[in-house]
Design a protein around this ligand. Structure first.
Ligand SMILES: *Cc1c(COP(=O)(O)O)cnc(C)c1O
Length: 365
């Protein structure tokens, strides 16, 4: 199909550098082109059980951990950890360093959990200062990487704090898994929220919650019909889900996990860090600087120099250079934009974007 006859060309013939969706591998794309199979059978059960084992291995989950597969956006999994793991009367501390921290706060408020909001601005939380205000909390909710500002928290420090407090450590790692090292066991993570369209580089639609034995012991009736862990965990024992799963994405996940596990997860950490470093070296001569000093390999948030407008840069990159980066909202709209290094993104992709940035920002190469 030529682009002339393709009504989706304007959307699909772009180079994407957004933190979800991200560029997918050729094998993921190829598997997406086959018929969706029927799934209430032993063959699919086998696939789903292997996905569960693969995810738990990649996340270095403790023995006896389980995975809940939800056909939904990542936010549904964020909501599900709140309703399924937090007893209504107990205080929960939420780290709020941007849009996604705010989302956890909003979810807790909707579900009337007593919420202690810990407002932070690019604080890695390593020194325990902020957390000391939350001594009565029975759980801590945190985004491993606050995607709105490209900032990574010190999960080792928050995990240590949770263990000392006897609090559940609930981590949204949607934009950190699998580009950056993460270890459920040594970081004492009880529930890990991940989703298909970030580092895993699959289409959006599948959200997963990895639950440690400590979290499994806390699972309570959620008051929700679809997002209830009980039924998902029960059916999951035989490799099934209570309702129709995102069957095609599950197959793509299986293939991706297979590739990641045979190459070794370190290979993906190295790809992401090489690509991110290449990009960050490339912007050194441009009127841009990283917004956070604690960046994951997954993404770079960039602040434009005075006199430039970030929203305008985003617009020009797309309309003139077919490069789609992520704009910021709210107060950062004119100052910050974001570039993802997740998925099948390689050095050549970064070079293309750097060239486009040089033209856009009026620099000679
Ligand atoms: C992308 C993202 C989510 C989920 O977003 P959805 O649009 O619901 O899929 C949640 N948390 C973080 C940190 C994210 O980057």
């Amino acid at each position: 199909m030529t682009s002339q006859h393709n009504p989706y060309a304007q959307l699909t013939e772009q180079n994407i550098y957004t933190p979800g969706p991200v560029k997918m591998t050729d094998s993921t794309l190829a598997l997406g082109s086959v018929q969706t199979p029927y799934f209430r059978n032993a063959a699919f059960s086998q696939i789903l059980l292997e996905c569960e084992r693969g995810l738990l291995r990649l996340a270095r989950a403790p023995e006896g951990s389980r995975v809940v597969f939800l056909t939904a956006a990542g936010t549904a999994a964020m909501e599900a950890v709140v309703t399924n793991l937090l007893p209504p009367g107990e205080a929960v501390a939420v780290v709020n360093g941007g849009t996604f921290g705010q989302r956890f706060v909003d979810i807790c408020r909707v579900h009337q959990r007593p919420t202690l909001e810990l407002k932070v601005d690019r604080d890695p939380l390593t020194d325990g200062q902020v957390l000391s205000k939350a001594s009565h909390a029975s759980a801590l909710l945190i985004n491993a990487h606050e995607t709105s500002v490209g900032h990574q928290y010190d999960l080792q420090a928050t995990g240590t704090w949770c263990r000392r407090q006897g609090a559940l450590h609930i981590v949204d790692a949607i934009s950190l898994f699998i580009t950056d090292p993460l270890d459920m066991t040594s970081d004492a993570i009880d529930a890990l929220v991940v989703s298909s369209h970030k580092g895993l580089a699959l289409p959006p639609g599948l959200a997963m919650v990895l639950l440690s034995p400590r979290a499994l012991a806390k699972v309570r009736p959620s008051g929700s019909y679809y997002l209830d862990f009980g039924a998902h965990l029960r059916d999951g024992e035989r490799g099934q889900t209570p309702f129709t799963p995102a069957v095609s994405i599950v197959l793509q996940l299986h293939q991706r996990l297979d590739q990641l596990l045979s190459a070794g997860i370190e290979t993906e950490w190295r790809r992401a860090s090489t690509v991110a470093s290449h990009f960050r070296r490339g912007i050194a001569t441009l009127p841009l600087k990283p917004y956070s000093t604690h960046m994951p390999s997954a993404m770079t948030a960039l602040e434009v120099s005075a006199g430039l407008n970030a929203a305008q840069v985003v617009e020009t990159l797309e309309s003139q250079h077919h490069c789609v980066v992520a704009p910021n909202g709210g107060a950062l709209r004119d100052r910050v934009f974001r570039v993802s290094h997740m998925g099948a993104t390689n050095i050549a992709d970064m070079e293309r974007l750097l060239t486009a940035l040089k033209h856009t920002l009026g620099e000679k190469q």
